[in-house]
Design a protein around this ligand. Structure first.
Ligand SMILES: [Zn+2]
Length: 446
């Protein structure tokens, strides 16, 4: 009796499940983007619906297989930009009628991980993020040139430059669709150039292209490069287009000091969610302990550098905040390194969006940050650096006098003595290349 009832019930259940299977909305793949960083590759699929997925690697040859339930491919695989990425090919197929299979051909064996993301303000679609990493790249950091000079065998001051956002995380955007990630990278590159020209300094770029890096990973990279200072470059956005001006933030350990700062802190910290990287907090306890030990010293240093930068920013731009602000930005949580976040203007303000897009303004902005950094480190050079050696070595040992003769030019004198013209200018406190006959200048001994 019971048996006679179970069978039709089971049949009915199968039918119901089958119906649901048919009724379930398709998780169509609308677009695929690939972001390549020096260490890893991130593949992002835009989906019309959330769906189950399976992902597994295959070897000989190296491949990664992504199976999506109830999915169809709307994007054209041929249009996915794979040049200069770790993925050499992308194919699709249907192992059964409810499954979309995407096969990635790889040039080498890579570790694969994945996670789904829900829609947000920036991305209206569901997303599936697939990360491909070399098995041994966790600690790899490009080596930083440690310039050693004959004068003192002293090292350079290393300035880590962090261009905010990148890749899948565009940051704020302007009324003309300027993306924060692009303008801040341009400013960061200008600052890198400026620092490269300055004796005693070596820049380290945390992000070099259009890809995302986790916030904690950014400070880790700066620390691994032995940076003496980290500056994170951003551009603001606000719901009112009238908001404008630049501002400088240091980490607050008691939370944000104003409503705006708090709003901003949340916004910037959410980048880890927007960018879609999983937060790895397992050594947070160690970080917190270190943080308590040296945070006070680092915060005071950061505030001083921030004050110096504001002084120069005030000459080229309106200051949104005249004081160094404090906020709980994760990227500033570097216990052993002073760190600042510079908001270079409001990209949501039409006039500032226009300016931020010009090379001239990007250079001015980078120049102000550079001048502030230099002012601070000239007065407070870290131990063992060339800048410190220059301060503490008696002046006569460092230079000799030269009297300008007819026909001399500053650039020719620089070449003749084997030094850079900017170094010669700086050494003599000259604002430009103007010299006059009979003038005595100092030539650094090398
Ligand atoms: Zn930002």
């Amino acid at each position: 009796m019971t048996g006679r009832w179970i069978r039709p019930f089971a049949a009915m259940l199968t039918l119901v499940v089958g119906l649901f299977g048919c009724l379930a909305a398709n998780a169509d793949v609308r677009d695929i983007r690939v972001w390549q960083s020096p260490e890893s590759t991130r593949l992002v699929l835009d989906l019309t619906e959330a769906t189950e997925h399976k992902i597994f690697p295959l070897t000989s040859p190296n491949r990664v297989v992504i199976d999506l339930a109830n999915a169809k491919m709307l994007a054209n695989p041929d249009n996915v930009e794979l040049a200069d990425t770790a993925v050499s090919g992308l194919r699709t197929g249907h192992p059964d009628k409810h499954t979309l299979r995407i096969v990635l051909d790889l040039n080498e064996t890579l570790k694969v991980s994945s996670f789904p993301l829900a829609p947000n303000d920036v991305y209206k679609d569901y997303r599936l993020v697939v990360d491909l990493k070399r098995p041994d790249t966790a600690q790899s950091v490009s080596p930083v040139k440690q310039a050693v000079t004959e004068i003192s065998k002293a090292r350079d001051i290393i300035i880590a430059i962090d261009a905010g956002h990148g890749g899948e995380d565009p940051g704020a955007s302007g009324p003309k669709r300027t993306k924060e990630k692009n303008v801040v990278l341009a400013i960061a590159k200008q600052l890198e150039q400026r620092l490269k020209q300055e004796p005693g300094y070596t820049p380290f770029m945390v992000r070099t292209g259009d890809y995302y890096i986790g916030l904690r990973e950014r400070t880790e990279k700066a620390r691994a490069a032995n940076a003496d200072f980290l500056v994170s470059i951003h551009a603001d956005a606000f719901k009112h287009p009238s908001a404008h001006g630049s501002s400088v933030y240091v980490l607050s350990d008691r939370g944000a000091t104003s409503e705006t700062a708090r709003w901003l802190a949340d916004n910037e910290n959410n980048a880890d969610l927007i960018g879609g990287i999983s937060l790895d907090d397992k050594d947070d306890h160690l970080r917190m302990t270190l943080l308590d030990l040296s945070m006070t010293y680092q915060r005071n240093s950061s505030k001083r550098i921030g004050g110096d930068i504001l002084k120069y920013l005030g000459k080229i731009s309106y200051l949104h905040k005249r004081q160094v602000e404090e906020a709980a930005f994760v990227v500033l949580k570097a216990p052993d390194m002073p760190a600042l976040l510079v908001e270079t203007g409001f990209i949501s303000n039409p006039e500032e969006e226009r300016k931020l897009n010009t090379v001239a303004y990007q250079k001015q902005m980078a120049g102000s940050i550079f001048d502030g950094i230099k002012d601070y480190f000239t007065d407070h050079p870290p131990g063992g650096t060339l800048i410190e050696a220059r301060r503490s070595t008696p002046a006569p040992a460092l230079w000799r006098s030269y009297v300008i003769r007819s026909g001399d030019t500053l650039s020719e004198i620089a070449v003749r003595n084997g030094i850079g013209i900017s170094e010669l200018r700086r050494f003599n406190d000259l604002d430009d290349d103007q010299i006059r006959i009979g003038q005595t200048i100092k030539i650094p001994n090398s």
